[in-house]
Design a protein around this ligand. Sequence first.
Ligand code: E4P
Length: 229
Amino acid sequence: MQFFIDTANLDEIREAASWGILDGCTTNPSLIAREGRDFAETIYEICEIVQGPVSAEVVAQDSEGMLREARLLRQIHEHVVIKVPLIPEGIKTCKVLASEGTPVNVTLCFSVNQAVIAAKAGATYISPFIGRIDDTGHDGLALLQDIVSVYDNYFFDTKVLAASIRHSQHMLEAMRIGSHVATLPFKIMKQMFGHPLTDKGNAGFLADWETVGEDVETTARRFLDRRNG
Ligand code: E4P
């Protein structure tokens, strides 16, 4: 499974990238607005850090405008993926961009029918919003499962990108379902490391090591110096 980070905050992206497990990044107009920085500059910097797919969303609501924005955004960096909303004009835009070889992330997906429409338009990614579906009293993970199954039925190449992930249980279930990608807020990506037994075990090993009375580098260097003459 690919891990994308769902933020436009450069510090968060830098830290997640430093762990070596980050495959890409998704932004949206709300996340960009939250940072209060220049959109194009921010996208360029994210691409340079991530060195993988970075979704930048168009805001025009007509296909001509979306295409103009998309073609400019694509010139910012080779890693830019164009994000379009799942509305008829967005789908029309997706079809054109896909035929030009531009990767497209179709966002704001809330049904299997919508996901199939995006796949037929050549989307590279479809983004079902799990958390926002849960918020309406429906089952976001059930939708994710349905999309993965229906895509399998018809051998669609479009990757399912689980979005609007709110907690680590969402993430666990997304992996069980076989979602190709998940985009995670930084906080949840960090939470995935956490286990009380890891912390307890690590503390125990360190306490026992204190009784050895030597550090690893010293003992290893002494051994290597002796062996290598
Ligand atoms: C996906 O690309 C979106 O940016 C994001 O996952 C939306 O999540 P939210 O529902 O927490 O805003």
